[in-house]
Structure formats: structure tokens, C-alpha cells
Design a protein around this ligand. Structure first.
Ligand code: CA
Length: 579
């Protein structure tokens, strides 16, 4: 064990420090969590006697255990709220919204754009300063990833005027709006595809299609033989088309100049409406696994959009391993979602449930920094815990509120622009592999149905959330929602968290204790992690963090973090910022 990370396994040391801290008014009580740790560490919980401890320590412990019975008195007033320091750039805190399931403004059971507008105060209050709207263009499906008209708003969601109003209201609040842009494929009902198919049906056998007669023939991948399992027949002709995801999602041919010109027009249409960026769907599939081609497509579109708006943002879906994600940074577009950190087996969830040590987690952070910056020095990582294609974090972590909070804390201390999937902040559930079950109605309240959507029609209707709705969680200072809120606020107070160059403080990093420094300009901030289930005493003396003071922290249920005589006492699953 390193000298600087003396673990207070029996918690007695931590309790003593806590008592000391009571004297200076910083900490009103020792936390409940400490008391629990104490109890579990004791071989005789009834008497509270710990083997090998001195009588005086035992006496204090007994006193604290009694006090701990009163839950309210175990909470420590958080005294570290700082001034907001939000930089107006593309490092933001994003909220991913599935409009269909979010908030219904007109009572038809389907979420809509006006519903999102009505909830902007909530979004802003949570500290988000960016929203990603999943597809909003006219489509045949509830999820709307099969677009039939790129210049429209789906009638279920509202009108272009509603969208304009949403964008204006967002900008008034300094919230940027990015929208899903699905250019890998269109709907089979899109008029481009319909016209191309009609043309092929009329084409005499043996004759080559002529784009001069039907420009849309170049927009897709047509073939007069069935190339592989992903090709489907154009009914009434001898032709086939590619549809990798689904027969009703014909793949667009992004090598076509005519299509590119059209997609530039589409981009201009939305930029003129005020959008701030695109979330690029399925970027790995533009041409299956052709990284050189796909990165060129991203670069082409990003260049076009940034010519119109230099601040234009782009984040792309490359659902792959870290090395492949890094390769996509060759596109020189700002962000790739960090799939390495996401999902059930990703590093965030594994670290939160203890399958991945804190020490390894900070090494991963440095790994992202090195690997991504090597391909694009202006990269902005886009970490997230889960999205609309994944099971909810609550399920991955067995609905353990402490572990879910830990995952959030780890996410919110990562570099880049974190993305939070709507409902994650209240611990909503999913069920099984069915996509609809990952996109359930946002639970604003468990008693008041105002604005509540019906959610996807094909979703199973017996999926209960283990946690309260937004209304109740807002009232509970130690709810998951309020944990998210403080975690996001820490980012809004400390620009170093998103933007700082990371260095590991080796002397303080081992197993489930880790410490890093993030340097941004002239400013340095320390982040210390305890992902274990025990209280840790972290001695900062003679380390790069010595001399820093507490800047803010995240604890599970109102426990305090104390810095006394150079030693930081950190309750189980806590994160402390130092400056
Ligand atoms: Ca509606």
C-alpha cells in the first residue's frame, strides 16, 4: 500500500476526522455512509466494538452510530457552489431527446416540438446547454430514422414554425440545437427512391440507366444482379437495390455528386433555420467499413456547414472499438461518440459497478486523449453512458442508485461534451432487446399525467421504473436527478473539466482510488476518485495536489468530503475536485 493512500478500512480514522471537522463548522455530522461502513466492518455490530481499536476511538464511534440513526442529521450542507464559468464554444453538456416520448403539448399522446419547448426551463435548470434531437423529419416510422422528406418536420412532431420557435427559445437560453442527420439511407417511400424505381421498371432489358433521364438513379445503389444478402428486388423490374439496415431503408450513394449537392441544399435549409450542428447517423456504414471514404464524406459535409457557420458542430456515430473511432477523427470533424466508454460493457458502467478499477479508468481517459488527439488535435470527445440503441444504465447497474450515481460522476468528469439520454437522470428502465423498450415515455411524474406521452406503441407496457418521476426527484436533494444536476454544474463551474489536458497523479492512483490533474490555460484542477465501497483517506502531502483546496464534490447521499491536515477523507463512491 502506498503511503499516500492509507485506506481507512475500519472507518475509524474517517470518523475521527469527521468529528474533528465538526468543530470548525464545515461539517455538521459524520455521514450515514461512514456509519454503515463502520457497522459492516465490525465483527460485532451490536456493540460496535472493533478489534484492535483503542477505547477512545470506540467511544466516538458509538456516539456517531447513535447520531446516524437520525438520517436527516447525517447530511452535510454542501458549501462549495461556485460561480458559473461557461465558455461559449462547442464543449457543451448535451441532452439527447427522443421527441416522440418526451413531452406531449397537445394531448394526442405523442411527444412534439412544442413539448420540448415547454420543457426547456427544465433542461436549462439541469445545466444542459445543448440538445440533440433524434430525427424530426417526415418519416414512415415512430423512430423516424427513415426519412421521406429532408425539408420537413414530421407532422406528428409539429411544423417548421414550431421548430423555428424551439430553436429561438433554445438560443435565448444559450442552448445549442443539433439534429439527427440520416444520410446513409432514406425511406423506401422517399420520392427520390420512388422515381428511380419507376424509371427502372420502364427501362428496357439490357439498357443501362441514364442519370440524364432520371437523376435519382445515382442516389442509390442499384444493380441488375442480386449482389449479396443486403440487396432487395425493385418490384416489377429485373433490378435490385442495397438496403443494409432494412429493406425499407435503401442505402444512399454518397459518391454521387448530384446527391451531395442535394444534401448540401438540405444542410443549408436547416442551418438557415438556426441549427447549430448535426449528429451524423451510421457514419461507419456510408460505404460499409470503408473508413477512407466515410471520413471523406464527413469532412466534405462538415466543410460545407462550417463555411456557412464557423461554429457548426458535428458528432458522428461510429459504433466501433477505440482504434476505429480514432481513425474517424482523420475526418477532422469535431466529435465521435465514445462507444468505448458506453453501454453495459463500456468503461463507465464497468467502473461504476466495480469491474474496472478507478486506476484503469483514468488510464483510459489519458488513452482517449492521446489516441484521438493524434488524429485530430481539435477533437472533442463525446462520452455517454447509454443511448437510444442500448439498454438503460439503470438496468445495466441492477437499479443500484449508488452505482448509477457513480457512473454519472465518472461521465461528468470526462473531457469533451458528455451526452445524457433523456430519462437517464431519473434512472428510467428499459427491457430486453426490443428497441421500443429503450425509448419509453419520459416520467415527469408518477401521479400527474400532464404532458406524459404514450411512448412507442410496440413497447411492452409493464416496464416500471424503480425510481420516482421528475417532480419528486426535484424535491429530494439526494435524488439521482439532483446528483446529475450537481455533476453538470461542476462542469459549468470548471471549464478545465471538459477541456483540460489530463495527467495522472501516480502517487495517488491505485486500484479504486485515482487522481488526475486537468490543465487548461493557466488553470489546473485536481480530480480525485474513490470508486470503492469504503471510505478512503487520501494524503495529498508531497503530491502534485498538495496545497490545493476543495473546489466541489460528488457524494452519494449528502455525505461530506473533508480536507484536514493534507488528508482528504472521501466516503464510498465519491469524487472530489480540488483547485
Ligand atoms: Ca403531441
Amino acid at each position: 500500500m502506498k503511503q499516500s493512500q492509507v485506506k481507512a478500512v475500519c472507518a475509524a480514522t474517517a470518523l475521527l476526522l469527521g468529528v474533528t471537522a465538526c468543530g470548525n463548522g464545515k461539517m455538521t455530522e459524520v455521514s450515514e455512509n461512514d456509519a454503515k461502513t463502520l457497522q459492516s466492518a465490525s465483527s460485532e455490530p451490536e456493540s460496535g466494538i472493533l478489534e484492535g481499536e483503542s477505547a477512545s476511538e470506540i467511544k466516538i464511534i458509538e456516539t456517531q452510530t447513535v447520531v446516524s440513526d437520525n438520517e436527516k442529521e447525517n447530511k452535510v450542507q454542501y458549501e462549495y457552489e461556485q460561480e458559473l464559468n461557461i465558455i461559449d464554444d462547442n464543449y457543451r453538456n448535451y441532452y439527447e431527446i427522443f421527441v416522440y416520448s418526451f413531452y406531449d403539448s397537445d394531448g394526442d399522446g405523442i411527444g412534439d416540438l412544442n413539448g420540448v419547448t415547454q420543457k426547456l426551463d427544465y433542461i436549462q435548470d439541469m445545466g444542459f446547454n445543448g440538445i440533440w434531437l433524434m430525427p424530426i423529419m417526415q418519416s414512415m416510422t415512430y423512430h423516424k430514422y427513415d426519412v421521406t422528406d429532408y425539408y420537413s418536420i414530421d407532422t406528428e412532431y409539429g411544423t417548421i414554425e414550431d421548430f423555428q420557435k424551439l430553436v429561438d427559445e433554445c438560443h435565448k437560453r444559450d442552448i445549442r440545437v443539433i439534429i439527427d442527420f440520416v444520410i446513409n439511407h432514406s425511406s423506401s417511400k422517399h420520392e427520390w427512391f420512388q422515381e428511380a424505381c419507376a424509371y427502372l421498371r420502364e427501362l428496357p432489358d439490357g439498357e443501362e440507366p441514364d442519370a440524364g433521364e432520371c437523376p435519382y438513379i445515382d442516389f442509390y445503389h442499384f444493380s441488375n444482379e442480386k449482389v449479396n444478402g443486403n440487396y432487395y428486388p425493385v418490384n416489377g423490374s429485373n433490378w435490385y437495390y442495397e438496403g443494409v439496415f432494412w429493406s425499407e431503408m435503401p442505402d444512399l450513394n454518397l459518391a454521387s455528386d448530384a446527391l451531395r449537392e442535394e444534401l448540401q441544399n438540405v444542410s443549408k435549409f436547416w442551418i438557415d433555420l438556426g441549427i447549430d450542428g448535426f449528429r451524423m447517423d451510421a457514419a461507419m456504414h456510408f460505404e460499409e467499413n470503408d473508413t477512407a471514404f466515410n471520413t471523406e464524406v464527413l469532412n466534405w459535409l462538415y466543410s460545407y456547414c462550417t463555411d456557412m457557420n464557423p461554429d457548426f458542430y458535428m458528432v458522428s456515430e461510429v459504433w466501433a472499438n477505440k482504434a476505429t473511432i480514432a481513425d474517424y477523427y482523420e475526418s477532422k470533424t469535431p466529435s465521435m461518440f465514445n462507444f468505448d466508454a458506453a453501454d453495459t460493457e463500456g468503461k463507465l458502467i464497468k467502473a461504476a459497478r466495480g469491474n474496472y478499477k478507478a486506476a484503469n479508468f483514468v488510464e483510459s481517459m489519458v488513452g482517449y486523449q492521446t489516441d484521438y488527439a493524434e488524429k485530430n488535435e481539435d477533437y472533442i470527445d463525446a462520452p455517454f453512458i447509454a443511448n437510444h440503441d442500448m439498454g438503460r444504465v439503470a438496468n445495466a447497474l441492477m437499479k443500484d442508485e449508488n452505482d448509477i450515481k457513480m457512473a454519472c460522476g465518472l461521465l461528468m468528469t470526462m473531457n469533451g461534451s458528455p451526452f445524457v439520454y433523456y430519462g437517464e437522470e431519473i434512472g428510467m428502465s428499459s427491457s430486453g432487446k426490443k428497441d421500443e423498450n429503450k425509448r419509453l415515455a419520459m416520467i415527469w411524474s408518477k401521479t400527474d399525467t400532464t404532458g406524459m406521452t404514450n411512448g412507442p406503441k410496440e413497447a411492452d407496457n409493464d416496464i416500471e421504473s424503480a425510481f420516482a418521476g421528475v417532480d419528486e426527484q426535484l424535491e429530494d436533494p439526494y435524488s439521482l436527478l439532483n446528483y446529475y444536476k450537481r455533476a453538470i454544474r461542476l462542469r459549468n463551474e470548471n471549464p478545465e473539466l471538459a477541456r483540460g489536458q489530463i495527467e495522472i497523479v501516480e502517487a495517488l492512483t491505485e486500484e479504486n482510488q485515482a487522481a488526475i490533474i486537468k490543465s487548461y490555460g493557466d488553470s489546473r484542477i485536481g480530480v480525485v476518485y474513490n470508486t470503492s465501497d469504503e471510505t478512503l483517506a487520501v494524503n495529498l502531502t508531497d503530491t502534485e495536489l498538495s496545497g490545493m483546496t476543495i473546489r466541489g464534490y460528488l457524494t452519494l447521499n449528502g455525505e461530506g468530503i473533508v480536507l484536514e491536515n493534507g488528508t482528504l477523507t472521501m466516503p464510498a463512491q465519491s469524487i472530489c475536485l480540488l483547485k
